[in-house]
Each structure stands twice: as structure tokens, then as C-alpha cells.
Design a protein. Structure first.
Length: 120
């Protein structure tokens, strides 16, 4: 609860008192002034509630943005780690394949020739 809500509620209560006084006294001016105070008090209290809600929405948005940044950083770090892993694994397997091809030159040459013939 903020100051606008408190002041608006008090202003509304004050207006009710003035209106009641005007009714008892039979005077129009205090009734009109009391009704004005009541309306102004309700409007001020409503403004205070709206301000509280806007502040809450702002804070929620700020928290969501922080969480999104944090998740984005985490995903970036995870992607970087996985990328390095896959790169290292591809390099390792490529080296193994190159060693096997070098050890079995005749078989490798026959496979390359057969593949070229089949594609041609």
C-alpha cells in the first residue's frame, strides 16, 4: 500500500463525513463538497492501486529480463562446450581414418576407383 492509497482512502472518509454533516445540517454546500472529496478520494486510491500494479509489472519484467539473459549465457556456454567436443571428436575420427587409409593404401585406392567408376 502506498501513500496515494492511504491519502485517497482518508480523503474519501473525510468526504463521507462532510456529506453526512451536510445532510444533518440541511446545507447543500457541505454535501456537494463532501461528494467531491469522496470522488477525489476514490480516484486517488485507484491511482495508488494502479501505481502499485505498474510497479509490480515493472519488477516482474525486470526479473524476466535478467532470467532471459542468464539462460542465454548458459545456452551460449553449453553450445560452445558442445561445439568444442564435436570439433575435437571429428578431428580425432578424421585422423584415425587418415591413418587407416595410409596403412591400407591398396584397399583405399581400390575403393576410391570403384566409387569413381560407380559415380561416373
Amino acid at each position: 500500500m502506498n501513500s496515494d492509497q492511504i491519502e485517497g482512502s482518508l480523503r474519501n472518509l473525510k468526504g463521507r463525513g462532510r456529506t453526512a454533516f451536510g445532510d444533518v445540517a440541511g446545507r447543500a454546500r457541505p454535501r456537494v463538497e463532501g461528494a467531491y472529496e469522496q470522488v477525489a478520494g476514490v480516484a486517488q486510491a485507484a491511482y495508488g492501486r494502479t501505481r502499485d500494479q505498474a510497479e509490480g509489472i515493472y519488477e516482474d519484467g525486470y526479473r524476466l529480463a535478467d532470467e532471459a539473459v542468464s539462460r542465454g549465457r548458459h545456452l551460449h556456454d553449453e553450445a560452445r562446450t558442445r561445439g568444442r567436443h564435436f570439433r575435437d571428436e571429428a578431428y580425432r575420427r578424421g585422423r584415425e581414418l587418415a591413418v587407416r587409409a595410409d596403412e591400407n593404401r591398396g584397399t583405399t585406392l581400390a575403393l576410391v576407383a570403384a566409387t569413381a567408376f560407380g559415380l561416373g
